[in-house]
Design a protein around this ligand. Structure first.
Ligand code: BDR
Ligand code: CA
Length: 367
């Protein structure tokens, strides 16, 4: 993709006012209202639940669909958890679709240790009354992107399995996606292994497909999301507001803090996924730099690691080089990419105070 299109598409996707006319020019109803069309792909998940509620409390977003994927807990739990959030926010107009039960090529690894057995830190809500739409997540993503070519931003909060499945099924889809804003990856070490962030670790092959798709990507990874810890004070503020969203967030937050303490963890949960939503709502919350990002898929210890090549690099631009060849194979180390072009804006810094003001403020106000 040419660099100008990359920058434009990404920043328009992030809702920068100066570039809004590019959206309004489409003449679509949402654009006229200054809204951005998004699909949220998610594996709720404590921080996913907060992120979904934040998105549904944000009038800048026209949420075309919520698609569930297996990740933090199995799909049997992430799907009803997504439906619960839609009901709590009173947004049952948003279609919710069931996605992949397992990564593309691997067995599912979950994170119940962090999110509790039910994915919501042990917070109990009624069974949802809503049911998912009949289409699969990947089918629904294709349908919506094709309906609004160049308009849809995919906000991805879990493993990239559903997105990769949609891209694999429809090779013409990627150029029609405005941008991806992903919670995933890290250029500063992982959280499930020293190398890998959880979402990319669970399905590294899917993440690689997305990074190599040519879609403009904003990578909101652990480099910034680690700086967001939910506290008792945040929960107290949420609990003091009498609306269903604020009360639900307080309940999930209180349970998650208790779950973290019971596990002997020194602090509360990070609000990883809400940072991705917040960065879309207000790009000034994060500071990004362009990188060529690739995903390690072959490592015995490092699968799911995201590697960032800083580009443009002072000349001569070094190539992307593979590992040293084994005896008896190649004569020299393989050059995987002669001249890497940026494929992602990576968030490297965060205004944590502004982030929590946005998150707690909007959840307190309710949907
Ligand atoms: C990511 O992994 C999950 O546990 C969280 O929901 C978040 O999406 C953080 O590594
Ligand atoms: Ca998640």
């Amino acid at each position: 993709m040419d660099r100008r299109r990359f920058v434009t598409a990404t920043t328009v996707g992030l809702g920068l006012a100066a570039l809004r006319p590019a959206i309004a020019a489409s003449g679509k109803e949402s654009a006229a209202r200054g809204q951005s069309r998004v699909i949220i792909d998610t594996d709720p998940g404590v921080d996913d639940a907060f992120a979904l509620l934040l998105a549904m409390c944000s009038s800048q977003l026209h949420i075309e669909a919520i698609t569930a994927v297996a990740g933090n807990v199995p799909l049997e739990l992430t799907l009803p958890n997504a439906l619960r959030m839609v009901e709590i926010a009173g947004r049952t107009d948003i279609p919710v679709a069931a996605g992949a039960r397992a990564p593309l090529l691997r067995r599912l690894v979950t994170a119940a240790y962090a999110h509790g057995e039910n994915g919501l830190g042990g917070a109990v809500f009624a069974e949802p009354k809503r049911t998912p739409v009949a289409e699969s997540a990947a089918d629904l993503i294709q349908k919506i992107v094709r309906k609004y070519p160049g308009e849809i931003t995919l906000i991805t909060l879990g493993p990239q399995t559903n997105i990769a499945t949609a891209l694999n099924a429809d090779p013409g889809l990627a150029p029609l996606v405005r941008s991806v804003v992903m919670m995933g990856g890290s250029l500063s070490g992982g959280n499930i292994t020293p190398a890998a962030e959880f979402n990319v670790y669970v399905d590294p092959e899917a993440a690689r497909i997305v990074f190599q798709s040519g879609i403009p990507i904003t990578m909101v990874g652990l480099d910034v999301t680690r700086k967001t810890t939910l506290t008792d004070q945040h929960v107290a503020t949420l609990a003091a507001h009498d609306n269903p969203v604020s009360q639900a967030a307080a309940l999930i937050g209180r349970n998650s803090l208790a779950h973290h303490r019971a596990q002997g963890l020194p602090s509360g949960p990070n609000m990883h996924d809400s940072v991705a939503v917040a960065a879309f709502l207000d790009p000034a919350i994060v500071t990004t730099e362009p990188f060529y990002v690739d995903v390690e898929t072959g490592g015995e210890l490092t699968a799911g690691e995201t590697l960032g090549y800083r580009v443009p690099h002072a000349p001569p631009q070094p190539p992307v080089r593979g590992s040293a060849p084994l005896l008896g194979s190649l004569k020299s180390s393989p050059i995987l990419r002669e001249r890497p072009e940026p494929n992602a804006h990576v968030a490297l810094d965060l205004d944590a105070a502004a982030f929590f003001e946005l998150l707690i403020g909007r959840l307190s106000a309710g949907a």
